[in-house]
Design a protein around this ligand. Structure first.
Ligand code: NAP
Length: 391
């Protein structure tokens, strides 16, 4: 197959402007990189934060997309597999990669080589997961996985300090076994992966907060008890549950705020967290949501959000998944080894994929952005086709 010199991509052209279609260069792979023809990508709230809120964009045009799923067209594994400085590449594993493989991964948007909203991405092998052969779903579902499964590992370990040893030792029980972890926003894409990871590593007292329609699924995935955030008395209900359960120390030592909304999550969490609690908050903290004709407003500092008063001794941390490679073990293992293994074992179920239609690439990207602006996704990931001629 001949590779075109340029290909279509979806990019933000300037601050607060709508995305446009660009023709961008196709980058031949360097050693230990693959060129991948992208079949599916997914839209996430970050796209809305970037486009409507101009969030952390260093330069334009800015190609969007933190995930890809597609087929390897060219692979360059250097003979020693050592030409990527500092990378402890799993030689045996990478040598199983080959042209024609169906793969997916979490990548940095804004990086013109790897951003997901384009027909060809050029990605280092440590950001590639191979689609397991034994699963009864395909690339469309796979593309829902990498961004927020990486987020789940990153926030639970880097921000909360929980142990998720890999490979999981036989009979492993975490030192924090029995301690409660409250996952606020359990019905979100992040929340669904966080609950599954916690269950697998034996965190058996997960309290999930999500709208009632997700409770059955959350219990199936690993939550012990669920509360509905749409109920105005939810904070009191959680408090009464914790009083009944008793226990020493902070009643909930670990919190994952999967949403990062000043009024919707930080305020209620600040009424529950106590001295000794750790709270990991998905950034950005949203003070005002984007809406038709309205720009979003983000808080500058997760620890000092107007109107949110934490009790003394509560540790609040902002989650930044794009930093996950700072952990060399996860940089080398998470995408190539851990994620495919957990999917193959059936430990992790992909999010429900909601297909966004549109006659052109740009239309599909725009339609997805509109659904995000309308806050339409609920317990699902918005996915859309990039290349038409691949399966
Ligand atoms: N900084 C990072 O590293 C990082 C990484 C990943 C994600 N994020 C951010 O985290 C946020 C969530 O991402 P996502 O991909 O998981 O989004 P998502 O699945 O599209 O979020 C939609 C879900 O949010 C839930 N929700 C909205 N308001 C809520 C509230 N007040 N309480 C509980 N649930 C609420 C809804 O739940 P119901 O269906 O129950 O109504 C809905 O299912 C986004 O702002 C994203 O940018 C940050």
């Amino acid at each position: 197959m001949t590779t075109p010199k340029t290909h279509p991509s979806i990019a933000l052209p300037s601050p607060f402007a709508a995305p446009i279609l660009l023709q961008t260069p196709t980058h031949p792979p360097n050693p230990n990189e693959a060129l991948i023809k992208v079949t599916w990508t997914c839209s996430t709230p970050l796209d809305l934060h970037r486009s409507a809120g101009n969030l952390a964009i260093p330069s334009y045009p800015f190609i969007l997309g933190t995930a890809f799923a597609g087929t390897i067209t060219t692979l360059w594994l250097s003979p020693s597999l050592s030409s990527s400085p500092g990378l402890n590449i799993n030689k045996e594993l990478h040598e199983t990669l080959k042209e024609g493989d169906r793969v997916f991964g979490f990548v940095s948007d804004g990086n013109p080589r790897e951003a997901g909203f384009q027909e060809y991405v050029t990605v280092p092998v440590h950001k590639i997961s191979k689609l397991p052969q034994n699963v009864d779903w395909g690339l469309r579902e796979a593309v829902t996985v990498p961004t927020n499964l990486v987020t789940a590992f990153h926030c639970l370990t880097a921000d909360l300090g929980l142990q998720l040893p890999w490979p999981k030792p036989r009979g492993f029980r975490p030192p924090q076994e029995g301690k409660r972890v409250l996952v606020w926003g359990g019905g979100s894409s992040v929340g669904l992966y966080v609950v599954q990871v916690l269950k697998h590593w034996g965190y058996d007292h997960v309290v999930a907060v999500a709208s009632g329609k997700h409770h059955e699924e959350l219990r199936r995935l690993g939550a012990r008890v669920c509360f509905d955030y749409r109920n105005p008395g939810v904070v009191g209900e959680i408090g009464r549950y914790l009083d009944r359960e008793g226990g020493a120390g902070p009643r909930i030592p670990y919190f994952v705020d999967c949403i990062g909304s000043r009024d919707g999550t930080l305020k209620p969490l600040s009424e529950i967290a106590e001295r000794g609690s750790k709270v990991a908050v998905m950034l950005p903290v949203i003070e005002v949501n984007a809406a038709e004709g309205r720009r979003p407003v983000f808080a500058a500092d997760v620890k000092n959000v107007e109107g949110v008063v934490w009790q003394e001794g509560v540790e609040v941390r902002g989650v930044r998944t794009l930093d996950y490679e700072q952990n060399p073990f996860y940089r080398d293992k998470l995408q190539p080894e851990i994620i495919p293994a957990l999917l193959a074992q059936g430990v992790i179920q992909p999010n429900k994929a909601r297909v966004v239609e549109g006659a052109t690439l740009l239309e599909r990207a725009q339609n997805a952005l509109q659904l995000l602006r309308d806050q339409a996704p609920s317990g699902e990931r918005l996915v859309w086709r990039v290349s038409e001629d691949e399966q």
